[in-house]
Design a protein. Structure first.
Lengths: 117, 114
């Protein structure tokens, strides 16, 4: 079974600074997707960034980037120039094929990010 | 991305009654819908996966007779919590996808059983 581990329950960062959230996962598959989701106080899940395992290049979306280390099964999220609106719970997720044409997400326990003005 | 509307956003029901939560995909044909449960300050736990026109597949430990899932069309899935008890109080979230598209999430439903 796939597991996703986020070892940092809480993190804080000064506004405009950079923070890195950690995520490791366990899988025996070679082709899969990894995601970072943001859940603000509204509880709406928002996709931040995705990474395809067969791509060596790290994904980047504006201020958000990942450090994907496939051999180490590590998938960290870096947030640059942190903004107050970045404060939220961040979930790392692994996607696997679950049959019948559908794919399932397995989530880590989450990291609560606080941004200090 | 797709717009997913979940209704109601909040519901309070009496113990022993049933409550239905709707998940609508407004602009996306969702062949697969997922239902999650999230406890306070915890992660999302997958309850069940449903494919349009088929019976839902429940995760281990989830009572299928208590949490009835219907996925009658490509745009609507419902979760009915039958004979609700206080321990069923939680935040329920649906998500939709089609094939290998990304998952799109509803805004969630906070259920309180009194």
């Amino acid at each position: 079974a796939q597991t996703v581990t986020q070892s940092q329950p809480e993190m804080s960062v000064q506004e405009a600074e950079t923070v890195t959230l950690s995520c490791t996962y366990d899988t025996s598959e070679s082709d899969y997707y990894l995601f970072w989701y943001k859940q603000p106080p509204s509880r709406q899940m928002i996709l931040v960034i995705r990474q395809e395992a067969y791509k060596q290049q790290n994904a980047t979306e504006n201020r958000f980037s990942v450090n994907f280390q496939k051999a180490a099964k590590s998938f960290s999220l870096k947030i640059s120039d942190s903004q107050l609106g970045d404060a939220a719970m961040y979930f790392c997720a692994y996607r696997r094929y679950s049959g019948a044409g559908s794919y399932q997400l397995t989530f880590g326990k989450g990291t609560k990010l606080s941004v200090i003005p | 991305g797709a717009v997913v509307s979940q209704h109601p956003s909040r519901v309070i029901c009496k113990s022993g009654t049933s409550v239905k939560i709707e998940c609508r995909s407004l602009d996306f044909q969702a062949t697969t819908m997922f239902w999650y449960r999230q406890f306070p300050k915890k992660s999302l736990m997958l309850m069940a996966t449903s494919n349009e026109g088929s019976k839902a597949t429940y995760e281990q430990g989830v009572e299928k007779d208590k949490f009835l899932i219907n996925h009658a069309s490509l745009t609507l899935s419902t979760l009915t919590v039958t004979s609700a008890h206080p321990e069923d109080s939680s935040f329920y979230i649906c998500s939709v996808s089609s094939g290998d598209t990304e998952a799109f999430f509803g805004q969630g439903t906070r259920l309180t059983v009194v």
